[in-house]
Each structure stands twice: as structure tokens, then as C-alpha cells.
Design a binder for this molecule. Structure first.
Ligand SMILES: O=C(O)c1ccccc1NCC(=O)[C@H](O)[C@H](O)COP(=O)(O)O
Length: 238
């Protein structure tokens, strides 16, 4: 079952030792992720994505199931404004919004003020120059993800890694999740590199636990979570 307990303040997202399985679209895969020990469930609200959850009515039972199983539910959005996102946050029992549309700091601020739930801001990374610091007072965390390929129709979930050593350039104070091309095979090494940073707070995966685009593979979810959990334990012994 999911291992981290929900934050006591519903307006803050406390990130530590997280394993986020993104792009979940079925109750079976949500159960698999929870039983394996993932902590965050990501639901994609980007219509162009092969992982799009669909209408609110289609998304609601999935979000409800994740919550009932002890996962924290994150809605991944891109290119939507404060009003639309406030409606989304009212309609579903979300623990956070993940802004994945390269939203400017002022827009992050406006969205945070409108939604009243925690914000995770994604940042597209290729080199150390993309890391920057954080100037996002409304955000509770960052998600460093690989830049999408040229001409991509959606902003994330492309299964491409970036050079993890550039994480050392991050000078901000927000905790961050590492994403982009992680797999059961490379997550141990990724965590070895990322965990040397004091703000490292976990990993996020989508393509690396799929049999094909948009189709999660239960065995890969279990392998990813087990290896990520073990690597985080080894990286930060008590
Ligand atoms: O996953 C998508 O389809 C997606 C679509 C539009 C914006 C963002 C999207 N995913 C963001 C995520 O949080 C992914 O988990 C992250 O990009 C890592 O994906 P992957 O490289 O496939 O593991």
C-alpha cells in the first residue's frame, strides 16, 4: 500500500521520498501502484496526450479510487487558466495540480490563488541553464522533466531522459521530483545521482512503466516502485 501519509495541512504538499506514477487511467493500475508502494498518482488532463483521462465524470472514479487507496492525487494540466483550474479543483478531491505548460511565474501565482490546492510546477530541462532557481512563492515543489522533442504535440511523457548531473545546478529551496525517461532499469542510478542534492524529494515516471504509449504495465510499475524505494533507502540511510 502507499507508504507516505497525507500532509496535515491540505493547502501544502509535503514532498519527501515520493514515487509518482503518472498517466494512470484504470482502477487496476491505480491498485497496482498503491499496492506496490507508490505515493502519488498522476492523472493527465491534456487532451492531446495518449494518457488523457477524459471528462470530469470519467476522471472522478479514478481520483476517488486513488484517494481511497492512500495515494495522493495529482492532476496534470497545461495551458489552462485560473478559472478553468479552479473548477477542476472544486470538482475533484485533488491533492495537487501539476502545471506542465511552461507557465510563467505570474500565471503560477494567479493559478495558486484561484485553486486553493498545492501546486507542483514542471520545468523542462536539457542543460544546467534550464534548472535555474525558484521564484514561485505559490508552488510547493518543482518537477524537473526532460524537454519535449521538437514538434511534440504535448509537453511531457515522452520517455526521454536528460543528463541528471545538471541537477547540481539547482540552487532553489523548493523540493523537486526527477522525471523524464526513468525506467525500472535506470531509476537506481538516477536516484544515486539526484539524491546527493538536498532538495531531491522523489521520482516520477510514465513511459517507463508502459507496455506501449498510454498502456501501463503492472509488472513494470511494481519493478519501478520496488527499485526506487530501495534506492531511496540506500541513498538516505537513517
Ligand atoms: O504524460 C503525458 O502524456 C503528458 C502530457 C502532457 C504534459 C505532461 C505529460 N506528462 C508529464 C509527467 O509528469 C510525466 O510523468 C513526465 O513527463 C515523465 O514522463 P516519461 O518521460 O514518459 O516518464
Amino acid at each position: 500500500m502507499a507508504q507516505s501519509s497525507p500532509p496535515s495541512d491540505p493547502n501544502r504538499l509535503v514532498l519527501s521520498g515520493e514515487i509518482k506514477i503518472c498517466g494512470l487511467r484504470s482502477i487496476d493500475m491505480i491498485e497496482t501502484a498503491a499496492q506496490a508502494g507508490a505515493s502519488l498518482a498522476g492523472f493527465v488532463f491534456v487532451p492531446a496526450s495518449p494518457r488523457y483521462v477524459g471528462s470530469l465524470a470519467e476522471a472522478k472514479p479514478l481520483v476517488d479510487a486513488a484517494k481511497a487507496l492512500g495515494l495522493r492525487a495529482v492532476a496534470l494540466v497545461a495551458g489552462q487558466g485560473p478559472d478553468a483550474l479552479a473548477s477542476l479543483a472544486q470538482a475533484l478531491p485533488l491533492d495537487a495540480l501539476q502545471l506542465h505548460g511552461a507557465e510563467e511565474p505570474a500565471l503560477v501565482e494567479a493559478i495558486g490563488a484561484a485553486v486553493h490546492i498545492p501546486i507542483l510546477a514542471a520545468r523542462a530541462v536539457s542543460t544546467a541553464r534550464d534548472i535555474g532557481d525558484d521564484v514561485l512563492p505559490r508552488a510547493d515543489g518543482l518537477l524537473f522533466d526532460a524537454k519535449p522533442p521538437e514538434g511534440a504535440r504535448y509537453q511531457g511523457g515522452h520517455g526521454t531522459p536528460f543528463d541528471w548531473s545538471v541537477l547540481a545546478a539547482y540552487r532553489g529551496s523548493l523540493p523537486f521530483l526527477l522525471a523524464g525517461g526513468l525506467t525500472p532499469e535506470n531509476v537506481t542510478q538516477a536516484i544515486r545521482v539526484a539524491a546527493s542534492h538536498p532538495q531531491f524529494a522523489g521520482v516520477d515516471v510514465s513511459s517507463g512503466v508502459e507496455a506501449e504509449k498510454g498502456q501501463k504495465d503492472p509488472a513494470k510499475i511494481v519493478a519501478f516502485v520496488e527499485r526506487a524505494r530501495a534506492a531511496m533507502r540506500d541513498a538516505r540511510p537513517l
